[in-house]
Ligand binder design. Structure first.
Ligand code: FAD
Length: 153
């Protein structure tokens, strides 16, 4: 069985794992990150940034609400949740691209263990579908938040 050797193996590409990986890799230490779901972890995908993105739409609605007395007169007000979700997804996709770029720049290798999102699955596409055996001198597990996103978003 072929085995890949590295100095650092990090489980989870969240804020903790990715910063550690980018730092170690930029110090020329061979570093592999194994991620099962979200490139960059909860924050850019389902937590900090997406929540603020959606809350911003709600804030906009609250500002034009007639009972607030701000003097804004509108026609019938309607929230297009598909549009809200589209805006959020555009932001998330851009953030994922930024993260993939950071992995490429630093030299840290990202291995996605989930096959659900092939387009996001690896910055090393050759790894797709044949999960390598990775042997590492140091292994760190970084997975704290259990944030998820309902299907509607
Ligand atoms: C709704 C919401 C809003 C938030 N807003 C803010 C905010 O405004 N400001 C702020 O500072 N913080 C905010 N947070 C908190 C912030 O998101 C977390 O503190 C941060 O994401 C934690 O980073 P982490 O690396 O510890 O974990 P995570 O970002 O959760 O990363 C862990 C990663 O490990 C992966 N993983 C887990 N187990 C495995 C496994 N067995 N194999 C492979 N991969 C695995 C997960 O898929 C995940 O990508 C918010 C959280 C939520 C839920």
């Amino acid at each position: 069985m072929n085995a890949e050797h590295c100095q650092n193996l990090i489980i989870g590409s969240g804020v903790a794992g990715k910063i550690l990986a980018w730092t170690l890799a930029s110090q020329r230490q061979k570093t592999v990150v194994v991620e099962r779901a979200m490139v960059g972890g909860s924050c850019p995908n389902v937590a900090c940034l997406p929540s603020k993105n959606v809350i911003y739409s709600a804030k906009a609605v609250s500002l034009v609400h007639p009972t607030k007395g701000l003097g804004v007169v509108t026609g019938p007000l309607r929230v297009d949740m598909a549009g809200v979700a589209r805006r959020k997804w555009q932001m998330v996709n851009e953030l994922v691209e930024v993260h993939l770029g950071k992995f490429r720049e630093s030299g840290a290798e990202l291995i996605m263990t989930s096959r659900r999102s092939p387009s996001l699955s690896s910055n090393s596409p050759s790894k797709l579908g044949k999960w390598p055996v990775v042997r590492a001198a140091a292994c760190s597990g970084w997975s704290s938040t259990k944030a998820t996103s309902p299907a509607v978003f």
